[in-house]
Design a protein around this ligand. Structure first.
Ligand code: DQA
Length: 176
């Protein structure tokens, strides 16, 4: 069945295209969403988009995501660095989430170099402009597919204990 993905764009991202193009690129939000939708169709996923400048609205949309969406792709924008409420919403929803940023937040001002949201996401992609969204969507769909294939909770790709080489073969073991 097609995966349902909620795509959340935080504050000021409605201004993409004209907002600091040297930092965020020249693509506007409509173009980013169209590209993502095309990619989602190829990958068999359905996207729902939200852009909001209001923390409470973002919290409510994420809070209602459980049972409706299989995954969350989120650029929390400035709330990345300030919002305990959005972090708690992501954690509480329990829906696998990937955080994306157009810019490389780790190469910017110190206050942007910390994300409150990343620790409750499955991963983060930053610094690739509009491609961060495409990479984030592919990463999210990839992890949903691998978890659907291994529903037992084995998600870290470690070999099962029986196949680990923890014991030397009997012929090589030293006698005591
Ligand atoms: C951003 C980075 C944030 O620090 C900033 O507040 C944004 C956009 C990005 O996509 O690079 O609004 O999330």
């Amino acid at each position: 069945m097609a995966k349902q993905i909620l795509v959340v764009h935080g504050p000021n991202l409605q201004l993409l295209g004209s907002r600091q193009p040297s930092v965020y690129g020249t693509a506007n939000l409509a173009t980013i969403n169209q590209d993502l939708k095309r990619l989602a169709t190829q990958e068999g996923a359905i996207l729902t988009f939200v852009q909001s400048n209001h923390e409470g609205e973002i919290v409510e949309r994420i809070g209602a995501a459980k049972g409706r969406y299989d995954g969350l792709l989120i650029n929390p924008a400035a709330y990345t660095h300030t919002s305990v409420a959005i972090r708690d919403a992501v954690e509480g929803a329990g829906v696998p989430a990937v955080e994306v940023h157009l810019s490389n937040i780790y190469a910017r001002e110190p206050f942007r170099q910390h994300s409150l949201i990343a620790p409750v996401c499955r991963g983060q992609i930053a610094g690739f402009g509009a491609a961060s969204y495409r990479l984030g969507l592919l990463a999210l769909l990839g992890l949903l597919a691998s978890e659907a294939a291994a529903p037992s909770g084995v998600s870290d790709h470690r070999p099962a204990p029986s196949s680990r080489k923890t014991r030397r073969p009997a012929s090589k073991r030293r006698r005591r």
